[in-house]
Design a protein around this ligand. Structure first.
Ligand SMILES: *Cc1c(COP(=O)(O)O)cnc(C)c1O
Length: 384
């Protein structure tokens, strides 16, 4: 089965481009909203997954907050209509101008990843006569069982404050006049499909809160980050992730203290399935041992296969001929510019439209102009 694409209307549209299924995005947003609100949880969309302005405005209209990891993202969130008091700002290396921008805007909180950063936020907040709200990002040493390059919650990763150091950081924070500690933050990785990682996270968070409570620390907010994965192999059958199962884990296992707000920052699970990268076949090259489908899209438009060995389902939208096996490659002058090896596609001819599915997250937003290529245009289903 292939997805439903208006290819008759794409004649003359330059490729490669991104195509977003607005209807699927809306259905996904509705599902996340319902499952988040079922338990009174709060959702901040992780802007880094896809910062397309049209897409951001649509997401903001559902009442979600935004999770940002740079000053540029904080600005994009504000521009798209996310209320400042629903913006959270994480990242191990916040520059002074980024902190100042967020202070000026009056964001909900900084998710602070080191003592060094805490001191700088305190100083910059003092200069603006403000109190900065912070959550501490704790590295809970939980193995997310995902790709090494998208694991963030192990002690060896650069993210967060180690469990053993959190208490001393809280002590310091109490002495800083322009800091207000409002919570704890966790984010253990991305493309997590094994719920046991989230169960481990809940247990670690409970233990930590118990330990800190004994020392007199309580928190108004717990933020469990994002990380819920999508099914890259079945974009047509499982196009909306199991949000119900995901939130049920936290509802069951995370011990919620009185009047405590629980926050999430999903990115990929919200936008991943609604986007496809559309390219055309330039050439079919019959090699000695391989047949290559050479496309006009490369890792400049979709870097996940080259960067994370990621799989994206490829579909030939123009052909119903019997399947053949191809190495599907791009035009970039790098051997890593390969979308997939030994990929079964309906027989490919020059000019055919090839779709890479499940490319709504970490796709368009990671595109580059390497080889002096043009950045891809984005279209939405309602444009055709
Ligand atoms: C990337 C990121 C997210 C979103 O991760 P997904 O896997 O896309 O859900 C959430 N929080 C933080 C701090 C992040 O860096």
């Amino acid at each position: 089965m292939k997805g439903n694409f208006p290819i008759q209307q794409w004649n003359g549209v330059p490729t490669p481009f991104y195509f977003y299924d607005t209807d699927l995005l809306k259905r996904t947003l509705q599902a996340v909203k319902e499952e988040t609100e079922r338990y009174g949880f709060t959702q901040h969309y992780a802007i880094k997954a896809n910062a397309n302005p049209r897409l951001l405005s649509l997401i903001a209209s559902y009442g979600f907050g935004a999770d940002c990891v740079s000053g540029g993202e904080v600005q994009a969130a504000l521009d798209a209509g996310f209320p400042a008091d629903k913006i959270v700002f994480a990242g191990v290396g916040k520059a002074d101008w980024e902190i100042n921008l967020a202070l000026q805007a009056g964001i909900f909180c900084f998710n602070v990843e080191s003592l060094a950063e805490l001191h700088v936020i305190n100083e910059l907040a003092a200069l603006q006569n403000k109190k900065a709200c912070v959550e501490f990002r704790v590295n809970p040493n939980v193995d997310a069982h995902t790709h090494a390059k998208i694991t963030t919650g192990l002690s060896e990763n650069k993210f967060g404050i180690n469990l053993s150091q959190i208490e001393s950081v809280l002590q310091v924070a109490q002495t800083l006049t322009n800091i207000k500690v409002i919570g704890l933050h966790f984010h253990i990785g991305s493309q997590i499909t094994d719920m046991s990682a989230f169960k481990d996270l809940c247990i670690k968070a409970n233990e930590l809160q118990d330990r800190l409570q004994q020392k007199g620390y309580t928190f108004d907010n717990i933020n469990f980050g994002g990380g819920l994965g999508i099914d890259y192999h079945h974009p047509n059958h499982i196009c909306i992730p199991d949000f119900a199962g995901y939130f049920a884990v936290f509802n069951q296992l995370a011990e919620r203290r009185a009047n405590q707000a629980i926050h999430f920052e999903l990115g990929r699970a919200i936008v991943g399935q609604c986007g496809s990268l559309i390219s055309r076949v330039l050439y079919v090259k019959e090699g000695e041992v391989k047949k290559f489908a050479i496309l006009d899209a490369g890792f400049t438009e979709l870097i996940r296969p080259a960067m994370y060995d990621a799989y994206h389902r490829a579909e030939n939208l123009s052909s119903e001929l019997p399947e053949q096996t191809y190495d599907v490659v791009g035009p970039i002058c790098e051997s890593s510019d390969v979308f997939g090896k030994d990929v079964a596609l309906n027989e490919v001819r020059r000019g055919d439209f090839i779709a890479f599915r499940s490319a709504g997250a970490y796709g368009e937003v990671m595109s580059s102009t390497y080889n002096l290529r043009k950045l891809p245009t984005a279209y939405f289903s309602e444009d055709f």
